[in-house]
Design a binder for this molecule. Structure first.
Ligand code: UD1
Ligand code: M6R
Length: 365
């Protein structure tokens, strides 16, 4: 039921403080992380040569958002695979690999075929899914149910943020035997505890995002530049805009800007630049400078209090978001973009919950 909301997507966006709470419920214990579904397998995972994240669409983006933190906490290299591409290439998967399959529905055909392939090749197969009893949950060796609650809108919103949090908890659990990272782990666990209230805070940008959407209603295209932890945010924000608002949109790695995309910049094309505080901040500041010197039409997402730092003479529009630990920032940063995609869709008069040509779960190849 939609309750007081007009659409499921809107309800699911606003539900995120709650869905994230249920994802973490009973799993953050005595200053550590307890994932019942992985407990027996942590030793095997710690010994693996490589973690391979496999998924499609938003689930792939969630894995990409979690990748850096998994590498940092475990020291294990993490590679990324779009499920269909792994199958097209018949890419190498080994017995020494841990293959992590990410799927909200647990029924996506490409992901399940990639799972069969990885099982045949002898990898340890781990599932991250929202659906208890799904094929993914049943066929994997072990896994984590994200417990975000049923997601009805075709555009995945609350599952995305819960997937990131579930994978961050997985990273903490795998790395929990390392003394050198104890302080960092404690900081992230306390960051997780306060994350739902930060999400409530960022949801207050709703009216501002509606206003921003009304200024973009007639645009033909929207670019989103991100890097580091928030490259995934750029891809996922752009995916939301194209799938529901039916507007062309691309998420781009800011480090690649000079290698092609810069040619597109003019006074008309709207560009969102994600420049919240983390190790990439100064690099993003110089990206903003370069775009402004080409008269780019910029919308900058920055940490609270940074508006005048990222945009000294008011030459761009600014979205200020609360700052959280760097590896959790993608959970916060995607929310204004989800709200923007939602309002853009309603204002453009398209079907929010059932975009044309799309199905909630893609059960054919
Ligand atoms: C489990 C119970 C939960 C209960 C809690 C109490 C289920 C589904 N969950 O949660 O209701 O409150 O214990 O301690 O009964 N799995 C896979 N592949 C996947 C996802 C999960 O194989 O893709 C497996 C896990 O390895 C585990 C089982 O399914 O064996 C349940 O996983 P999960 O719900 O995440 O475990 P708990 O959080 O311990
Ligand atoms: O159920 P899954 O997570 O496996 O679905 C994967 C994609 O089909 C899905 O995320 C799709 O990209 C969404 N409609 C995005 O909002």
């Amino acid at each position: 039921k939609k309750g007081s909301y007009d659409h499921f997507m809107q309800k699911e966006i606003h539900e995120q403080p709650h869905s994230l709470t249920t994802t973490m419920r009973g799993r953050l214990k005595d200053g550590g992380v307890l994932l019942g579904g992985l407990k027996e397998h942590l030793k095997t995972i710690r010994r693996c040569r490589r973690v391979v994240f496999i998924g499609c669409g938003t689930s792939y983006n969630a894995a990409l958002a979690a990748r850096t933190f998994v590498e940092e906490m475990t020291g294990i290299p993490v590679t990324m695979e779009v499920a269909s591409d792994l199958l097209d290439r018949q890419g190498p998967i080994y017995r020494e690999d841990t293959a992590v399959f990410v799927s909200q529905s647990g029924e996506t055909a490409d992901t399940l075929l990639a799972l069969d392939y990885a099982l045949e090749n002898g990898a340890l197969c781990v599932g991250i899914t929202n659906t208890v009893g799904s094929t993914l949950s049943r066929k994997t060796h072990c896994g984590v149910h994200i417990n975000a609650g049923c997601e009805i809108g075709v555009a995945s919103t609350k599952a995305y943020t819960s997937q990131i949090v579930a994978m961050a908890m997985m990273a903490l659990a795998i790395g929990s035997d390392q003394i050198s990272t104890q302080a960092r782990r404690n900081a992230i666990i306390s960051g997780l505890t306060s994350l739902p209230s930060c999400v409530s805070e960022v949801l207050k940008l709703d009216a501002e995002m509606k206003e921003l959407a009304s200024s973009l209603i007639d645009s033909e295209s929207l670019l989103v530049f991100g890097r580091g932890y928030n490259y995934a945010t750029a891809l996922e924000g752009a995916l939301k805009v194209k799938e529901v608002a039916l507007m062309h949109s691309e998420g781009l790695l800011a480090g690649e800007m000079k290698h092609g995309p810069l040619a597109l910049v003019d006074e008309i094309l709207p560009i969102i630049v994600i420049a919240t505080r983390d190790a990439c901040f100064s690099k993003q500041q110089s990206v903003i400078q370069q775009l402004l010197s080409r008269k780019g039409r910029l919308i900058v997402m920055c940490s609270k209090g940074d508006a005048s730092t990222v945009c000294p003479n008011g030459s761009c529009r600014v979205i200020e978001v609360p700052g959280v630990a760097d590896c959790l920032q993608p959970v916060i940063n995607i929310i204004p973009l989800q709200l923007l995609a939602y309002h853009l869709t309603v204002l453009r008069g398209f079907d929010v919950d059932q975009p044309r040509n799309l199905a909630k779960s893609v059960t054919t190849q």
